[in-house]
Design a protein around this ligand. Structure first.
Ligand code: ADP
Length: 497
């Protein structure tokens, strides 16, 4: 048990201690089971670098068992009346809310995110997502079509794609789980989920809730494990008809290549290097404060982090000053410590990666305005960092850092602005801050991004589709589109003559 749970200053829900005192097993066909070879891996508290608990490590054999269970459960689940599937999803939403402290504290411990964010943002969003897709469960329908053949009756029917393999990143553990699992279940698909190895815990709480909610055995299976082992086996499995993935570009490419062999459906939500653009006519106080939030939220470990701040020259210094103040005001610490506003990075590997970018930025000549260091704390911390006046060609402008590191750039020529902002291989999101409605919508039209936020940032909703362009991936999470992407269309012709 990590020492933070013994710290009397930190109020830990008894359910968390009870949960962590049990062995962490795979959830296959409605049962918690060891990995076939008995293997485990460790998950760590990133605030202290201490091991939290060993976790069952699924291998190909376990994935085979889980996919077989999901395949066996598919006919009954897909034929269950849609209103009954909806009820199960609604029940899951209720149970997620009832277990808010257990889930939020566990995710906060496992990932390091401030508890208040896990409790007030992630968990309510997860419940929303399940409720939203409960609504869609009853709304899959085909159409009747008039054909050129006389005396025929033609209709289409929507049927679930089949077994879905869901593979997710660590930055929003239960939230990303809900984005993948809820639309799949609503559509009548069954799921094998592979959570990220850095943050497997809340997915196992979710498995318990599935059992409690009456999700039939085999409909949801959770296989904790390593990407190259359990993840790769899931992608390669011929009975998996769709891979729903959130993670890195590198692994996304691999998945797309492997999925091509079996012509699996694929949804990929990958990285980003999102420009956040502040025009001189914006409400500068608000825009600058939000620009800081756009990069430092979740310690910058957000695929759509506003990591490239582009500011019109006349207000550049003013914005930089406010953003720097915001950065300097953060208090680093463990997510479970209520005074923390900026948690650690998820792992040593991630911390070293981000620190590597800080070195590269310095070597290539970026001007350091704030931060730039690790911290004396024992865990995987990086100070909120701002680099200013950074030319477009520098590595820190071009590559996704995935940490609390902002690069700031002035712009003068508005004509040139969108081509500079679009000169990136990614296309996930962008922010635009201005009080001129024409300028705002012209910029929104011109930016290559799956989402453009005008005078706001990081707004999400269960009903609003989310996903990138270009190397940020394809397919959408959330909204109607994610539900429809779990359905096949069948055409039925009848000769009435
Ligand atoms: P990050 O670099 O942010 O950890 P990854 O893309 O490596 O992102 O990981 C996202 C998810 O993909 C994790 O669940 C991880 O285990 C999984 N993963 C990693 N490598 C593979 C792979 N070769 N095949 C399938 N899944 C993988």
């Amino acid at each position: 048990m990590p020492t933070i749970l013994e710290d009397s200053a930190i109020a830990v829900d008894p359910s968390v201690r009870e949960f962590l005192s049990r062995p962490m097993k795979l959830f296959i066909n409605g049962e918690f089971v060891e990995a076939a070879d008995g293997g485990t891996f460790a998950t760590y508290d990133p605030a202290t670098a201490e091991e939290i608990t060993p976790i069952a490590r699924a291998q190909k054999e376990d994935i085979d068992r889980a996919v077989a269970a999901a395949k066996a459960a598919l006919p009954a689940w897909s034929k269950l009346p849609p209103n009954q599937r909806a009820r199960v999803l609604l029940k899951l939403a209720d149970l997620v809310e009832e277990n808010v402290d257990k889930i939020a504290q566990t995710d906060s411990l496992d990932l390091g995110k401030p508890l208040v964010v896990a409790r007030d943002y992630d968990v309510p969003f997860v419940a929303d997502v399940f409720r939203y897709y409960a609504g869609w469960a009853t709304k899959a329908h085909g159409e009747t079509l008039d054909s050129g053949w006389p005396d025929t009756h033609v209709y289409t029917k929507k049927q679930p794609i089949g077994v879905v393999g869901a593979i997710i990143a660590w930055n929003f553990p239960l939230t990303l789980l809900s984005w993948k699992v809820a639309p799949a279940l609503a559509a009548g698909c069954t799921v094998v989920l592979k959570p990220a190895e850095q943050t497997p815990l809340s997915a196992l709480i979710f498995a318990e809730l599935c059992a409690e909610a009456g999700v039939p055995d085999g409909v949801v299976n959770v296989c904790t494990g390593i990407g190259e082992e359990a993840g790769a086996a899931l992608v390669a499995h011929p009975d998996v008809r769709k891979i729903s993935f959130t993670g890195s570009l590198e692994v996304g490419r691999l998945i797309a290549q492997q999925a091509a062999r079996d012509l699996k459906h694929v949804t990929l939500e990958l990285g980003g290097k999102s420009p956040n653009i502040i025009f001189a006519d914006a409400d500068i106080e608000v825009a600058a404060a939000q620009a800081a939030q756009a990069i430092f939220f979740n310690s910058g470990q957000v695929c759509c982090a506003g990591s490239r701040l582009m500011v019109e020259k006349p207000v550049y210094d003013q914005v930089l000053e406010i953003v720097t103040d915001e950065a300097n005001n953060h208090k680093l610490g463990a997510g479970l410590d209520p005074s923390t506003t900026l948690g650690p990075l998820v792992s040593e590997e991630q911390m070293n990666r981000v620190r590597g970018y800080l070195r590269v930025g310095e070597e290539e000549g970026a001007r350091l305005v704030s931060g730039g260091n690790g911290s004396d704390l024992p865990g995987y911390f990086v100070e909120p960092t701002i680099m200013a006046d950074v030319p477009d060609h520098l590595t820190v402008v071009r590559e996704e850092i995935f940490g609390p590191v902002l690069v700031a750039q002035p712009f003068e020529d508005v004509e040139e602005l969108t081509s500079r902002a679009n000169d990136t291989e990614y296309g996930l999101a962008a922010g635009v801050w201005t009080t001129d409605v024409r300028k705002a919508h012209r910029a929104a039209e011109a930016l290559d991004a799956g989402t453009v936020w005008i005078n706001c940032y990081n707004y999400f909703d269960a009903g609003v589709p989310w996903g990138g362009w270009k190397l940020s991936g394809y397919g959408k999470d959330l909204g109607r589109e994610a539900f429809e992407k779990h359905l096949e269309t069948k055409v039925v012709w009848t000769n009435l003559a």
